[in-house]
Design a protein around this ligand. Structure first.
Ligand SMILES: *Cc1c(COP(=O)(O)O)cnc(C)c1O
Length: 229
């Protein structure tokens, strides 16, 4: 039997449905279940008006990269829909750790000891323990956040020693190159360190990421359209 989603042209579907169908198809190709993959709708720069239709359609997982912007948008939405899960993605300043721990359910940019220390202190104070993904600078790019591959074992040891809830690894591969080798490397590093979570894949490459084991894909543009500036 041909599964239903293969009979539907992606172009005819609303963006959320189209991305879900593509994730399901990539998962099936890889012998995985789509229930193993969390689609995080990256709503940075998007107005609340652009977000509420997704929530109305039953989508519950969202991501933001700026704590202040998220504080302006999300407390009211979370109060209205308590099942929402909010992820922080990208660089997080240590002085924002406490605010982040209050608001977010997962933090995808744990990449240095000073942040590990700040998050551990904030979690003890606030009494919430968001899932932590350690970010790897998988392409060894000087301008990018994340621990170098060589420094990863030491950072993971620090995260574990500090008692943070370690969920997995996260990376953003270099732009304008084939992402698959970087996804495969991140998956290998996660396996080597006994970590189940793999936060990888964005609008341009999430299907590849799913085929290579992503458990969390972070998709913005494909759901909301291009960001202004
Ligand atoms: C903005 C952002 C995304 C989403 O990027 P799109 O290409 O719009 O899907 C994913 N991950 C991180 C860390 C981001 O900052």
């Amino acid at each position: 039997m041909v599964p239903h989603e293969d009979l539907v042209a992606d172009d005819d579907l609303p963006p959320l449905e189209s991305v879900r169908v593509r994730i399901a198809r990539a998962a099936r190709v890889a012998g995985r279940k789509s229930a193993e993959i969390e689609l995080i709708a990256i709503s940075k720069t998007q107005a609340v008006d652009a977000i509420t239709p997704l929530i109305a359609a039953g989508h519950l997982s969202f991501g933001e990269n700026r704590v202040q912007e998220a504080e302006a948008k999300w407390p009211a939405l979370k109060a209205a829909t308590p099942a929402l899960r909010l992820h922080h993605v990208g660089q997080l300043q240590s002085n924002k750790a406490e605010d982040a721990v209050r608001l977010f359910d997962a933090i995808h940019g744990v990449d240095r000891l000073s942040l590990v220390t700040a998050l551990a202190k904030a979690m003890d104070k606030v009494g919430r323990r968001p899932d932590c993904f350690v970010q790897v600078n998988i392409g060894e790019e000087p301008q990018k956040g994340g621990a170098l591959v060589a420094d990863l074992p030491a950072l993971l040891a620090e995260v574990r020693a500090a008692g943070l809830p370690l969920a997995g690894l996260m990376a953003v591969p270099p732009a304008d190159t084939e992402a698959a080798p970087y996804f495969a490397l991140l998956a290998k590093l996660a396996r080597d360190h006994g970590l189940a979570g793999l936060s990888m894949g964005m609008s341009g490459d999430y299907e590849t990421a799913v085929m290579l084991g992503a458990t969390h894909v972070r998709v913005g543009t494909a759901l909301f359209g291009a960001r202004a500036a």
